[in-house]
Design a protein around this ligand. Structure first.
Ligand code: UP5
Ligand code: MG
Length: 194
């Protein structure tokens, strides 16, 4: 309450855990807006600016882009969604570091809760290598994938622990087929929207 923005839910999980896929399902059924931090950063790379080049290198190496850059892009997208009347915004793939969680809370708003997609690396690796055949993503190759996993374990899992300690994580078993995973998520959102 008191936030000038639409409700916010963080969608977190390792690379290839299904954040984008399941966000699309929530958008379809609940009319929320999907804001992917990775997509916003990849758009910046397209702009070919000096900052875009730096972001492109960081993505290829699985490194986390400085929080102020990502938060600036996210805030713009959240304002836009709010102005368009969206009931809520799914923030996919952010925060990736504990300090970014605090920074976002100060500069934007508190999230309602965090959906966390629990998925073993072996499953995520298979999915990403398969997607890499057609995705054109600079980081869907085995060398980048390994770096993304390392960054996730060392820097992003502590974000889950941070929210877990606050009791605001809804953990999903993300290894099951897409429809099955979504059934659980649908139930969580249906309940949360009461
Ligand atoms: N798939 C999905 N669900 C499936 C299921 N249940 N069963 C079988 N297959 C399933 O899914 C990945 C693939 O798996 C797809 O082919 C899908 O069909 C299949 P997807 O939904 O795309 O998974 P997602 O979790 O979204 O995977 P993604 O690769 O997008 O995750 P990342 O977290 O790695 O990527 P993101 O775009 O968020 O970030 C990329 C990079 O940007 C980061 O590494 C970092 O360098 C940078 N970044 C920042 O620096 N800061 C940020 O805040 C965000 C990103
Ligand atoms: Mg994604």
């Amino acid at each position: 309450q008191g936030s000038p923005y639409a409700k916010i839910v963080f969608v977190l999980g390792g690379p290839g855990s299904g954040k984008g896929t399941q966000s699309a399902n929530i958008v379809r059924d609940f009319g929320w807006t999907h804001v992917s931090a990775g997509d916003l950063l990849r758009d910046e790379v397209q702009s070919k600016s000096t900052q875009g080049k730096m972001i492109g290198d960081m993505i290829k190496n699985g490194q986390i882009v400085p929080g102020h850059i990502t938060i600036g892009l996210l805030k713009k997208a959240i304002v836009k969604a709010t102005d368009a009347g969206a009931p809520g915004v799914l923030v996919d793939g952010f925060p990736r570091k504990v300090d970014q969680a605090g920074m976002f809370e100060k500069m934007v708003a508190k999230a309602e809760f965090t959906l966390f997609f629990d998925c073993p690396e072996k499953v995520m690796e298979e999915r990403l290598l398969e997607r890499g055949k057609t995705s054109g993503r600079s980081d869907d190759n085995i060398k980048s994938i390994k770096k993304r996993f390392k960054t996730f374990v060392e820097q992003s899992m502590p974000v889950i622990d941070y929210y877990e300690a606050k009791g605001s994580v809804r953990r999903i078993n993300a290894t099951k087929p897409v429809d099955e995973v979504y059934r659980t998520i649908n139930a969580i959102f249906t309940e949360a929207m009461q």
